[in-house]
Design a protein around this ligand. Structure first.
Ligand code: MF3
Ligand code: CO
Length: 379
């Protein structure tokens, strides 16, 4: 650091001690910063101020280079893994003098160019037709599983029904061996948020159980889940499950070309908090098609930083997990089972969706033959 230089007009007072100031920080002069904050009475005061004073140089430099806000539309700082963007430089204990700069919005690639698996792809009419077939099989498998839910049945027995129904349809149960998942579907009882492993426990009167079905057929995946009542369930659980169903319906109702993915979380958050429930943040909806899980990432919580806008031909899931108590989750030692941190119950519903020119097609929609198990859907 260089010493302070002489101040021409001495009407200023020392930034440190307040005495009449005769020196000015040369760096501040270079950067044309306000003279009032840059004046010092002596070298001693200047040196004593240096460790805190120098930060004004960096701040000034970042300002003159332009923040995301001054740069204009599409210029934002990247957050973790590119999942989020922000107009303000995030806080971090930067290790050197280098800082990230705002980044412009994502460039597009013409549709005739082949896309790798991380691109949000637009499905061809032929791919869409295969998605319809696959999602219909997934729906029928879920309905078959729903019909055997009752007190005394083990979740392993329901998994067997799922497995048989899937292979009878000529499809592969996508969860089986997916990242070494050991069973053909996920079954999440009571405080399990998602990814519960079917096991030897018998369902009990008063339980709630989510059955999550994913199948792979003709080269594409379909994914849906519903939460069922086992026998007689307490009032809070009934409200939780109905509220979760409504959260998914409300989220689906806003899907159409041009809507931002981040809006989905706003709709779900608004509805669940109205009933005093909380939204899980650790697990999100996802793009789906030739890949089981791909872009876009779809958070279900409010004020999320999801990037992108819906376009006709995209297929993705919405699958809100709503908790009776706190939103925080923990993982069982099996590395799969996600449970609520407070042990209170969690419910979930999921559909695979197609964005159409006019709105949305629910590819995993209920069929006339689907079992009539939800009281709020009864005529
Ligand atoms: N529908 C679940 C999901 O999208 C399927 C998980 S399969 C598992 O997360 F193998 F990962 F459990
Ligand atoms: Co899913």
């Amino acid at each position: 650091m260089a010493g302070g230089s002489d101040v021409a007009e001495a009407a200023l007072s020392c930034a440190l001690c307040g005495k009449p100031a005769h020196l000015q920080c040369p760096k501040c002069v270079d950067l044309k910063l306000p003279r009032e904050d840059a004046a010092f009475c002596t070298q001693e005061c200047f040196k004593a101020s240096w460790s805190s004073h120098k930060s004004v140089h960096l701040k000034a430099k970042l300002c003159t280079l332009g923040t995301a806000e001054t740069l204009g539309d599409g210029w934002l700082y990247c957050l973790k893994k590119g999942q989020g963007r922000t107009p303000k430089l995030p806080h971090f204990d930067w290790t050197g003098t280098l800082r990230p700069y705002p980044i412009s919005s994502m460039r597009t690639v013409p549709s005739h160019i082949d896309q790798p698996d991380w691109a949000i792809d637009i499905k061809s009419p032929e791919q869409i037709e295969r998605m319809r077939e696959t999602c219909r099989i997934a729906r029928e498998v879920l309905d078959a599983a729903a019909r055997v839910v009752r007190p005394g049945v083990t979740t392993d027995e329901i998994d067997r029904v799922v497995h048989e129904a899937t292979i009878s349809a000529g499809a592969y149960p996508s969860p089986l061996n997916y990242h070494f998942f050991p069973k053909s579907c996920c079954m999440s009882v009571n405080e399990i948020i998602c990814h519960g492993i079917p096991d030897a426990r018998k369902l009990e009167d008063g339980d709630i159980v989510n059955i999550d079905i994913s199948v792979y057929y003709k080269g594409v995946h379909g994914d849906l889940n519903e939460t069922f009542f086992v026998g007689n369930v307490d009032e809070t659980s009934k409200q939780l499950v109905q509220c979760t169903y409504e959260c998914l319906q409300k989220a689906i109702s806003i899907v159409k070309p041009g809507v931002r993915f981040r809006e989905i979380g706003e709709v779900i958050n608004r509805h669940s908090s109205m009933s005093g429930f909380s939204v899980v943040k650790s697990y999100c909806g996802h793009g789906i098609g030739e890949l089981f899980h791909c872009a876009p990432n779809i958070p279900h919580y409010g004020r999320n930083k999801a990037v992108g806008v819906m376009k006709a031909g995209q297929t993705f899931t919405i699958e809100p997990m709503i908790n009776a108590g706190v939103c925080r989750d923990r993982m069982w030692p099996d590395g799969w089972t996600a449970v609520t941190a407070d042990g209170k119950r969690s419910a979930q519903f999921e559909h695979t969706l197609l964005v159409t020119e006019s709105g949305v097609e629910v590819l995993t929609a209920r069929l006339p033959s689907s079992p009539d198990v939800f009281p709020w859907l009864k005529p």
